[in-house]
Design a protein around this ligand. Sequence first.
Ligand SMILES: [Zn+2]
Length: 338
Amino acid sequence: MRALFLSVFFILGLLLVSLSTWNFISSPSLEEERNQRAGAAAWPSVQGTLREVHFQQVAQVGKTPGYYYVEVGYGYRVDGQDYQGDRLALDRLDNPALEVLEASMGRFVSPEHVLRRVVTEHSGMTMLPKKVSLYLREQAVTVYYDPKNPRSALLDPLDHHPPNLLERIAPLLVLIPIGIVMMVAAYLNWGEREASVLAWASRRSKKQSNIAVAENIQTYPPEECLLDLATDQWGGGMVFPAKPVYRCRRCGAVTAFGLRAKEPPEFSYAIRKAFDRASGAGQAALSLESEYCDFVCAKCGQPVRVLYRTHEFAMSCYRHLPEQVLVYEPPPLTVRAG
Ligand SMILES: [Zn+2]
């Protein structure tokens, strides 16, 4: 779902960039457009009749004031053919102030030719546009027409706003960065996804290395490591002697240990956790009767845990039965890197 969203986002960004660029490349050159617009100044003219002028308000959006633009309607005749024109100038004439627009239309419209002035207003609903219409009689105007296409005409053929490069590239300056930002954002989000996958993988491998640590516990039956075990007179198993002794399988040294000692300072957190995982201690897996003791080899320092059961065979009389000896083998350095 997320991948789909990011792909769509990326493609939209790419479309924005490519369409803007294509639009820029395929539109007529600035020079061409300038010449085209300037060409209208050389158009021939005829006498025409201006019939109507409308000041049309554009609906206000939010708090921004609306503005008005001018619509015109005129008739003219070229080579015996009548034409209707509705273009005033090369660019649309507009202004936020109605008075300013009406004044600027003064050069085409004389007050004595105005038959009617009609105001269409939606009272109380300011969001709806207002329109002021002037209906004229016998208002003569000069109409400039394209000699190659007399249907195309203007009342004002001068280029008041020759196109400039900045105006031309302004949309590109906005749209292309937006498209690029969209593409980069989508790309980076892909990267983030990759990163989270990597984090997950590293968590996973860390978990696996913990298992590897747990696997570095070697388990031995008591009789292989513990000396002086006695035969249990009650059950036939083995019991600890009065002073339990451990013989290291690695260095052969003999270490006396106590059954109550737990987690000596030599045990690092990792070692303790490895023993706990291997013996089930700390996870309530050991029954109430199961216990353990910890120590290190007196010579080589190898960590050892001895699991045993305590059995109260008579009132306040206990016997301790060794079950397993766990020996910690330091993991290879490469595994610890996790
Ligand atoms: Zn040892």
